[in-house]
Design a protein around this ligand. Structure first.
Ligand SMILES: Nc1nc2c(ncn2[C@@H]2O[C@H](COP(=O)(O)OP(=O)(O)OP(=O)(O)O)[C@@H](O)[C@H]2O)c(=O)[nH]1
Ligand SMILES: [Mg+2]
Length: 406
């Protein structure tokens, strides 16, 4: 089969008002050294890097020692790459040009989901300036941000609105197709556009008679479907966060993940220096260094305490929730030899790819290489040895050989 898997990675945008910890979250997840500071608009140009979803690797069950290439295996945990994009903070009215405006949201056009970092300690005002912890209701930030992102999308829709209306209403072009072309940069499928139009009864309504409300409803729904959001309720290390987080989880459900980006960043740095043993996403860590300075020991004790209370720092959990939960993606191991689980070069379980949960074997083949797809005949489930048709669904942690004609 193919050599290197050259799949494009799922893209996740990190958004929120200024000064909530977006860049800290990004730095912790990617270990890229970016500017972090306690004031708004620290980030101006977007930061792009690789973070990871964490899954239980199949290597343990298969009893093999793996040799990862596109991912990392740590004691039976596979860290699978995703692309993270950390952007500037959004302030109320950004869509009208306030703050840094919302031009930078254009960097999120291709993102398939967003992680909304919220200051759950309520220690920053609506523009991200430091305030007394507990003074700002983070629920307001959730509402505001979803509104701003919707307004950004509405603006994209408004551009050339008259031209679109003429195409649909007079040139009789199909509405779905015209909208799809216009919104093509936002990664929204025709099926989603069509379903949303029908659901709101807008599929038959001439574009020139759409009201402001029609547009807002349509884009609001389209936004929640094309850019679904997980909420990272950040700064849980601050005592004032606790009640807020509980309230958010109650009102917004399981898409709220409590996080301390700062604790995760500190732990990853400490692990990098060999001071602690910590695998990203673990519920706890172990201090391995002896004779730590008192201040450092105390800082680690505080992190340990926090993790006991919340079950971890939440950073990896937020990425997992976004990619595996909300987007419903599954991780698949493509191999060339189904007996030894290797690629053509003999590497054991070299790659793991993230694909949509409804992918078939043929979709998987296409996502790996068009060459593979055109020659694909059937596949083999390497774990059971079972033969799979091209239209069989793939599943989470499947190890699959795609058999191609010569
Ligand atoms: N207590 C606490 N502080 C945090 C946490 N995460 C980030 N911070 C602090 O919050 C401040 C802002 O962090 P940044 O990561 O720069 O925030 P940002 O959202 O990227 O800010 P802008 O780029 O200005 O929009 C810094 O002082 C961080 O150290 C956290 O989990 N807990
Ligand atoms: Mg930043």
């Amino acid at each position: 089969m193919h050599g290197m898997v050259t799949q494009s990675l799922p893209q996740v945008g990190v958004v929120g008002k200024p000064n909530v910890g977006k860049s800290t979250f990004f730095a912790a997840a990617t270990m890229i050294d970016v500017k972090i500071a306690p004031y708004p608009f620290t980030t101006v140009e977007p930061n792009v890097g690789i973070g990871h979803v964490r899954i239980k690797c199949v290597c343990t069950e298969l009893g093999v020692r793996d040799d990862p290439r596109n991912s990392i295996c740590l004691e039976g945990n596979r860290l699978v790459p995703v692309e993270l994009i950390d952007v500037a903070g959004l302030v109320p009215g950004a869509w009208q040009g306030r703050g840094l405006g919302n031009q930078f949201l254009d960097h999120l056009r291709r993102a398939s989901a967003l992680i909304h970092v919220v200051d759950a300690s309520g220690g920053t005002d609506e523009e991200g300036r430091l305030a007394r912890p507990g003074s700002r209701d983070p629920m307001l930030d959730v509402e505001f941000l979803e509104g701003e992102v919707t307004m950004w999308m509405i603006q994209i829709m408004r551009k050339d609105w008259d031209k679109m209306a003429r195409l649909v209403d007079y040139a009789k072009k199909p509405l779905v197709g015209v909208l799809y072309d216009h919104l093509s940069g936002l990664g929204i499928s025709e099926a989603v556009i069509s379903a949303t139009l029908v659901e709101l009864g807008l599929d038959k309504k001439p574009l020139h008679s759409w009201s402001e409300d029609d547009l807002r409803q349509f884009m609001g729904l389209l936004r929640s479907r094309s850019k679904p959001m997980v909420i990272a309720a950040n700064k849980i290390d601050v005592p004032e966060a606790e009640d807020n987080v509980k309230r958010m989880m109650k009102e917004l459900g399981d898409r709220v993940i409590p996080t301390s980006a700062e604790a995760e960043l500190a732990l990853r740095k400490a692990a990098g220096k060999g001071l602690v043993k910590y695998i990203p996403g673990d519920p706890s860590f172990e201090v391995v260094a002896r004779d730590l300075p008192q201040a450092q020991r105390a800082a680690l004790d505080r992190i340990a305490d926090l993790m006991r209370r919340w079950g971890g720092t939440g950073v990896v959990q937020a990425i997992n929730k976004t990619v595996l939960g909300v987007l419903g993606m599954v991780a698949v191991y493509p191999v060339a030899d189904e007996k030894r689980f290797t690629d053509t070069e003999g590497r054991v379980l070299p790659d793991v790819v993230l694909v949509p949960g409804d992918y078939t074997v043929l979709d998987l083949a296409k996502s790996i290489h068009s060459d593979v797809a055109s020659k694909a005949m059937f596949a083999i489930d390497a774990v059971s040895g079972r033969r799979l048709g091209l239209d069989a669904k793939v599943w989470h942690r499947a190890v699959i050989r795609i058999v191609t004609s010569k």
